[in-house]
Design a protein around this ligand. Structure first.
Ligand code: GTP
Length: 704
């Protein structure tokens, strides 16, 4: 093989292996040898490879495909430090099978076994062929896979195939011709196969089986080279000049006449080197060829192949160049992101910390305000999540609190008794209403505090997002510090926020503004309830009369109170007219029966059937509670988010930067803060190495 081609490919392969990229030219065309039996295919292949390792001879010799992978590997440096010359052992290794530690063969079916003697490779091919096909000329499509490692070969694949034959002999099946054709087609149909169609010059070219088959898969002849063997065996006075001139069966890539070793040469162990010299002499001395001797013989065939391979490589170069360029851009970008290694200059360090703090805070504000560059279209982020907490979670949480859920009619009744003190009340007790509504307002503190915690969680989430930035990967200590400082800052802001929010709720509870324009006044409430009472006392219409709860209407009957719908309408007695009517009436009954006045029991409870007045009082109170509660709900839904924004979110937006600067922008901590992570240091080295290697690779590709 052309050493220039080998060197070029090696350079490209080196360029790629140093940068760890998949080598795009590893896929060089396969060279496939086809032709009639004994036309000299194996001989041609051997001459091209320059090694004597294939079984050759008369009759059918190649009976299984031989897939020969040539693998280029660098020569082992000599102990004296000089690199071995590529060709220095060329002759020594010939036929004799002399050992060369840099060249060996390996069979797929004998993994791990290295064959340094090429004669032994041939023996193994014969042994394994017979093992699979028997000794009696049988054929098999099962390939023998052989890899040859050498500094002197191109990494490419060559395939030696059984010769085409028509008449079965020995153990061969009747359709041997068809079977072989199919076997060959499998290999030559691949578009990257270069077909070496071998025909003995002693044979009629028009009947060449190899050419006919090649034309089937390559009608243009763009990848078929005609090889004419046994030119030395032609009758005196005949030659292949007409064929070479394209006057017989023209081929775009032309024909190359060669002279391989004859059977006698093989038997006398003539070396390839000697055979090549003899071939050269033959063409130079032959009267028909001597003027065109440079276009004849194995070296010219090898050059032709090299040219085709070079052409292929040139075609692949733009792709290689693009791959190198892309990788270069990628690594250069990463290198820029990693930044330069920091010098010890305190001014540099301080500047960097300042920049990181500024960038962090800007980004933090941007995320909260929703102006971030990487806005997601899949999920809510940053400020939008906080807004969701306020307007969905918190607002709905507050709206769902039912003030009457915890207020039973009996407790209202009890409260009414108690709030009127020792004198019977004249009308709806304001005190009872206020006491009850205040208790209910206090219940709004819990969802409000929960809302603060949810917003806090969102801030921590944003913090996590920001800490995943590249520069924090580079400085783990700085990242850690940021985390703790910012978290502590948020936590500190929680206290005034909690205080402000609970104060807001307390404010609501501290003064019940019955003069609020939206508040349902007592008269309206009484009118509504009176209407209900009227309906109640007119059965059966009363059965549909609802009581008002939390602004909604629901059936009034409940287990805690007598079912007013079923109790008979009654005229209130004198006793029952007071708030304590029921109680006194029952107490009186007790006293009358015992005939004496006992001390009141330890625990006194209001009981007995509700009077209409009590019913009215209870319903009015409930209605007022619901009305007032709705006003308070609206206020907290409006105010609590404002309080959280003021003391937590906006506070962070405004004051976080100062906090970070106070804590981090100090000369005595800079050294520790900016200690780079192992990862960054390592990665920078890797990237630098890659950039250098890629630049070199780019140069190499440019020079090919
Ligand atoms: N004199 C002479 N003999 C040749 C030439 N080429 C091949 N031979 C002889 O022809 C015979 C067949 O050569 P091989 O290389 O085994 O041919 P093949 O095409 O591989 O044979 P099969 O694999 O059996 O089809 C051998 O005895 C070779 O020595 C040549 O150019 N000149």
């Amino acid at each position: 093989m052309d050493t220039h081609l080998i060197k070029t490919v090696n350079k490209l392969q080196d360029a790629f292996s140093t940068v760890g990229l998949q080598n795009p030219i590893s896929d060089l065309p396969q060279i496939v040898v086809i032709g009639s039996q004994s036309s000299g295919k194996s001989s041609v292949l051997e001459n091209i490879v320059g090694r004597d390792f294939l079984p050759r001879g008369t009759g059918i010799v190649t009976r299984r495909p031989l897939v020969l992978q040539l693998i280029n590997r660098p020569a082992t440096p000599k102990t004296n430090g000089t690199i071995k010359n590529e060709n220095q052992d060329d002759i020594a290794n010939d036929l004799t099978g002399g050992d060369n530690i840099d060249e060996w063969g390996e069979f797929l079916h004998l993994p791990g076994q290295k064959f340094y003697k090429f004669g032994e490779i041939r023996e193994e091919i014969i042994r394994d062929t017979e093992a699979k096909t028997g000794k009696n000329l049988g054929l098999s499509p099962q390939p023998i896979n052989l890899r040859i490692f050498s500094p002197n070969v191109l990494t490419l694949t060559m395939v030696d195939l059984p010769g085409m034959t028509k008449v079965p002999v020995g153990d061969q099946p009747k359709d041997i011709e068809k079977q072989i054709r199919e076997m060959l087609l499998q290999y030559i149909t691949k578009p990257n196969a270069i077909i070496l169609s071998v025909t003995a010059a002693t044979q009629d070219l028009a009947n060449s089986d190899g050419l006919k088959l090649a034309r089937q898969v390559d009608p243009e002849g763009s990848r078929t080279i005609g090889v004419l063997t046994k030119v030395d065996l032609m009758d005196q006075g005949t030659d292949v000049i007409d064929i070479l001139a394209g006057r017989v069966v023209p081929l775009r890539l032309g024909y190359v006449p060669v002279v391989n070793r004859g059977q006698r040469d093989i038997e006398s162990n003539k070396t390839i080197t000697k055979a090549l010299t003899a071939e050269k002499d033959f063409f130079e001395r032959h009267s028909a060829y001597h003027s065109k001797a440079q276009y004849c013989g194995t070296p010219f065939l090898a050059r032709k192949l090299n040219m085709i391979l070079m052409h292929h490589i040139r075609n692949t170069l733009p792709e290689i160049k693009a791959k190198i360029q892309n990788a270069l851009v990628k690594y250069q970008q990463e290198l820029t992101q990693l930044g330069d290694p920091l010098g010890d200059s305190p001014a540099n360090q301080a500047n960097l910390v300042l920049n990181i703090i500024t960038e962090f805070c800007n980004e933090f504000r941007t995320i909260i305000d929703g102006n971030s560059n990487d806005l997601s279209s899949f999920e809510l982020s940053g400020g939008a999540r906080i807004s969701f907490v306020f307007h969905e979670l918190y607002a709905n949480g507050v709206k769902s609190v039912d003030p009457l859920e915890q207020i039973k009619d009996v407790s209202i009744r009890m409260m009414l008794y108690n709030s009127s003190g020792s004198s019977p009340a004249l009308f709806v007790a304001t005190t009872a209403f206020e006491v009850m509504v205040k208790q209910q307002i206090k219940r709004l503190e819990e969802p409000s505090i929960k809302c603060i915690n949810m917003v806090y969680d969102e801030l921590v989430r944003i913090l996590g997002q920001l800490l995943s930035k590249q520069f924090f990967k580079r400085f783990p200590t700085l990242k850690d510090k940021f985390y703790h400082i910012v978290l502590a800052f948020f936590k500190k802001a929680l206290n005034p926020t909690n205080k402000l929010v609970s104060d807001l709720v307390s404010m609501e509870a501290s003064y019940i503004n019955t003069g609020h324009p939206d508040f349902l006044n007592g008269h309206q409430a009484i009118a509504i309830v009176n209407e209900q009472l009227k309906n109640k006392n007119q059965p059966p219409a009363a059965t549909t009369t609802p009581a008002i709860t939390n602004g909604k209407q629901k059936p009034r009957s409940s287990p805690q109170q007598p079912d007013l719908q079923t109790s008979q309408p009654h005229t209130p007695t004198e006793d029952e007219n007071g708030f304590f009517g029921s109680f006194f009436s029952s107490a009186k009954k007790t006293n009358t029966s015992s005939g004496m006045m006992d001390a009141p029991p330890q625990s006194l409870k209001a009981g007995g059937t509700l009077t209409d007045r009590e019913f009215m009082e209870i319903e009015v109170i409930k209605m007022l509670i619901v009305s007032y509660y709705n006003i308070v709900k609206r206020t907290v839904i409006d105010m609590v988010p404002k309080a959280i924004m003021l003391n937590l979110v906006s506070h962070a937006k405004e004051k976080l930067q100062r906090e970070l600067l106070t804590e981090l922008y100090k000369s005595d901590v800079l050294d520790d803060l900016l200690e780079e992570s192992e990862f960054s240091q390592q990665r920078r080295k890797e990237c630098k190495k890659m950039v250098e290697a890629l630049q070199k690779a780019d140069e190499i590709v440019g020079s090919v």
